[in-house]
Design a protein around this ligand. Sequence first.
Ligand code: ZN
Ligand code: ZN
Length: 350
Amino acid sequence: MYTVNAYAAPSATEPLEPTTIERRDLGPKDVLIDIAYAGICHSDIHTVRGEWGEIVYPQVVGHEIVGTVAEVGSEVTLHAVGDRVGVGCMVNSCRECENCTAGMENYCLKGNVGTYAGKDKDGTITQGGYAEKIVVVEDFVLRVPESIPYEAAAPLLCAGITTYSPLAHWKVGPGSRVAVVGLGGLGHMAVKIAHAMGAEVTVLSQTLSKKEDGLKMGADHYYATSDPETLKNLRNSFDLIVNTVSAPLDLDAYLRMLALDGTMVNVGAPPEALPLHVFTLFANRRTFAGSSIGSIGETQEMLDFCAEHGIAPEIELIDASQINEAYERVLKSDVRYRFVIDTATLAPAN
Ligand SMILES: [Zn+2]
Ligand SMILES: [Zn+2]
């Protein structure tokens, strides 16, 4: 076992605090990673606060992880000591169901093993990336090209793949008209990736406060949804709308912006059910869809794509002692555009 410094939530209502956790001994297929950076995803906050169901405390979260391979098990062939690697939202899956055998572990029918607050194969509760080290089975470890700035790479492992997967699945390319709803951690990656794929990109944000940033990231157009005319003026204009917003919105009004055979895909997850008039779908043969992270294969493809196109997340690098403050800022959407923890600053617990 490895005892490592980490930052954990002691309960749903208390701030995160320094602690130590145990990582399992290396199995033959396991990789030990010295974590360098961990991104802060909104899901981390929902999870530690028990908003997505009860969890076991103390809990370490974090599923945007990059680091260096420190040790490998005797049968590891995919990674070597010293390699720069990443771990995203899952660390295993059943490997037997129809979806796993099709290479879509993110849609494992038995539920993939989440990087944190998940039940691992040995029955233990998984602990995430706000820690010095992690042990992960080799085929759930990604290769992170060194041309991607090290401290900025972590958010690719959740925000990057969550937006890349639907853009790739719906075959975005030159000539595609893509709208991105919300310019946060997910949205800013959607803009950069869709632009690199050759699409004409429109950002739909509540206000124009981030317009300059959005255009710099590659957006061609930028509109405020607080203006009631915006959605009306954009009717029948898009082939794909990627909705990164978790707040409820007027689905019909958004769907009406889709052109013939257009799709609106949700990667943001509003907790409540949303009403929808099916007649809105009849017009233009529209589709309303969802998408959940991406497979390991797609995640590697995304990392290689980002390296090739010089794409990296915009980040604010913080010390571990700033995690609680960062959470409050994430909840106020006051981050440009992702917090990343420098795990070298994880203070030893007293
Ligand atoms: Zn996430
Ligand atoms: Zn499965």
